[in-house]
Design a protein around this ligand. Structure first.
Ligand code: PMT
Length: 409
């Protein structure tokens, strides 16, 4: 299949490390390298010892016009191959094909070959295209390793279903070269599509104080909101990340993080920041209620009797921003539901005056709180509803931000 690229120039002069490992799909790496070079990219191949059993360095060096790197130093003249320099040189690293063994080493930092040391030194985005037998791919060990790589911010290019080298049929075939090149193309094309835009993102839970040692909270880890912040920042936006208490770090220099604890604190910062932004994505799981009065001292257990906690409503941040939204501003909300999902999400979309709402349901496996994946449905204010499969939160963030970029155009 031939895929037209978004912009012919996107891969021009990009420096790309192509890592090749020991899989029958290694022959496809030759097409990837040829495609990247045709688009003007500079390619440096790093191959594992078993990769060389499947495709010759001569083929790869001819296609890339660069010597292929495999060993830490040259046996001929003792020249040292610096994985650190290579890691810093690259605009992107692509490991295709990535075997289960290499994926395991990458996720655990087992630096016993040049490809892994280069990966560990690489500051650029890393794309990984797995290739293996269906049972190896489905095994929890492989899936956990892939989840770990996703959590490092690496992009997994999912394998497709089809006939495998074993003649079994299932998921494990490395994605086709044209599609892999297209993935890199879209990545670079989207890198700056939010330049000069300012985006407010809320993330994580809120804690509503009961007394100095107790609070009402929820299970939000902040993963979804932080993934959105990273994606917006990578695409050039200045991001205000308004976060409840979470154990995550936001690494991108375009992200200004403001930590808050309660819904009221989040409300105050959101209201004062929103007017200077182009859009807000409200991903935080904000408590709808808080204790009417937080005790200044620890509440003691006095007797065996019941205790009643009186709760009062918090302000609705999304609805308040919806009311103050200007024509050129966009507002994206989330709906976390357990039942009657579409109807509840649609009601929130309308009530809070959102441009679109991202529905995720706790009744769907792999969706919602804490996990590294999510399964979303986007409902917009033109009546369109779009469902997506289970994806990593990072990939879900890309889908959400793609939709926002379309609206901001
Ligand atoms: O953090 P993770 O572990 O990765 O989990 C991600 C998530 C499940 C928390 C996230 O994907 C999500 O669904 N966030 C919204 C959770 C929520 O509070 O949903 P809701 O249906 O109760 O709220 C609807 C919308 O109104 C949300 O955009 C919410 O941020 C907003 N809201 C709610 C109450 C309030 N007082 N102010 C608000 O702005």
């Amino acid at each position: 299949m031939h895929i037209n690229c978004i912009n012919k120039e996107m891969l021009k002069d990009k420096k790309i490390i192509v890592g090749i490992t020991g899989s029958i799909a290694a022959y496809k790496a030759a097409y990837i390298i040829r495609g990247l070079v045709k688009k003007g990219a500079e390619v440096q191949v790093v191959i594992t010892p078993s990769g060389k059993e499947f495709i010759t360095p001569l083929t790869l060096s001819t296609l890339s016009s660069n010597p292929v790197i495999s060993e830490f130093f040259s046996n001929r003249d003792g020249t040292w191959n610096s994985h650190v320099d290579l890691g810093l040189w690259a605009d992107a690293m692509l490991v295709a094909p990535a075997t289960a063994s290499t994926i395991g080493k990458m996720s655990n930092g087992v630096a016993d070959n040049m490809l892994i040391t280069t990966y560990l030194s690489c500051k650029a985005p890393v794309f990984i295209a797995p290739a293996m037998d269906l049972d190896m791919f489905a095994h929890p060990a492989t899936q956990q390793n892939l989840d770990k790589l996703r959590s490092f911010g690496n992009y997994i290019i999912e394998p497709t279903e089809g006939e495998l080298a074993s003649h079994l049929v299932g998921k494990g075939r490395m994605e086709e070269p044209d599609m892999i090149i297209h993935r890199l193309d879209t990545f670079f094309a989207s890198q700056n599509d939010l330049q000069k835009k300012k985006i407010l993102i809320t993330a994580g839970p809120t804690y509503e104080k009961i007394d100095p040692v107790r609070f009402i909270g929820n299970y939000s880890s902040g993963k979804m909101g932080f993934a959105l912040a990273e994606v917006c920042a990578q695409r050039g936006a200045d991001v205000i990340l308004l976060s409840g208490p979470v154990a995550l770090t936001a690494s991108h220099p375009n992200i200004r993080r403001i930590n808050v604890e309660s819904a009221e604190e989040m409300y105050q910062v959101a209201i004062s920041s929103f007017p200077e932004t182009d859009a807000a994505i409200l991903c935080a799981a904000v408590a709808d209620y808080r204790p009417a009065a937080a005790s200044l001292e620890k509440i003691k257990r006095e007797s065996e009797g019941e205790v009643t906690l009186r709760l009062i409503p918090n302000k609705d941040i999304a609805a308040s921003l919806g009311a103050m939204k200007k024509e050129n501003q966009k507002l994206v909300g989330f709906a976390l539901e357990t039942n009657n999902e579409l109807a509840y999400a649609k009601a929130k979309l309308e009530k809070k005056n959102l441009d679109f709402i991202v529905l995720n349901s706790l009744s769907e496996p792999g969706a919602g709180f804490r996990v590294d994946t999510n399964k979303i449905t986007i409902l917009d204010n033109t009546g369109r509803t779009t469902g997506y499969p289970v994806k990593s939160k990072q990939e879900v963030a890309l889908d959400i931000v793609d939709k926002l970029v379309d609206l901001l155009k």
